[in-house]
Design a protein around this ligand. Sequence first.
Ligand SMILES: [Zn+2]
Length: 263
Amino acid sequence: MMFLKKYSNYLVLVILLCVAPFSYAQQFNEGDVLFQVSTIDALMEGVYDGDMTFAELSEKGNIGVGTFNALDGEMIALDGKFYQVKSDGKVYPVDIAQKTPYAVVTTFAADSITAISGINSMDLLKKRLDGLLSSKNLFYVIRVDGEFNYVKTRSVPAQTKPYRPLTEVVKEQSVFEFKNIKGTLVGVWSPAYSKGIGVPGYHMHFISEDRSQGGHLLEVDVADAVVAIDITSDFYLKLPLDSEFLNADLGGDKTAALEKVER
Ligand SMILES: [Zn+2]
């Protein structure tokens, strides 16, 4: 009996580990941290240079979205690898010495896994994902692996100083369209009350299975995919300490401008 008592905890753990990946029930793993660098409003204001390297960022998470210093493209992190989708549409591996002015990452641990299919627009995908979130008052990281009938993404060209606001820069964005492509969407869901800090609602990036194409998601038609959601109930905000951030005017409400930038 002593043997059983001693090992019963391990047995429970082993059983949980075996069952967890196949469980559709939502669990709350406390302590999952969403790590964010700077704020979306700072990026909107043209604070395109940060002081955090990807070497440092990679210690904070293995999945996420963001951008690069000088706003040089869209960043997507997946399975511990960081990718840069430049405005030429190509995907480059990220040098760990590169820095980011805005990024959101976590160490992914799925709390729920759900199969989806036949979702032919971004709006419908958002509605479907809404139904999978436990509450609108938490942060989540979402990955959607599968086959897509259609994906539309964008990337932005690297900027030179003096930096213009993001609403101006996105007018020069490059748009890419892919048909019948396998890949992964990485998304962060931020609650409405995080306005000014994060992008309220969904902020998703795409990367193809062969890691050759991707960008900031504008539109999508999902054929068949698996949605994994990580509830990140802890939130860590790392603010830059350089003069650009310190002197930026972050007082106003940029909600309307952000709407334009995201679409
Ligand atoms: Zn983006």
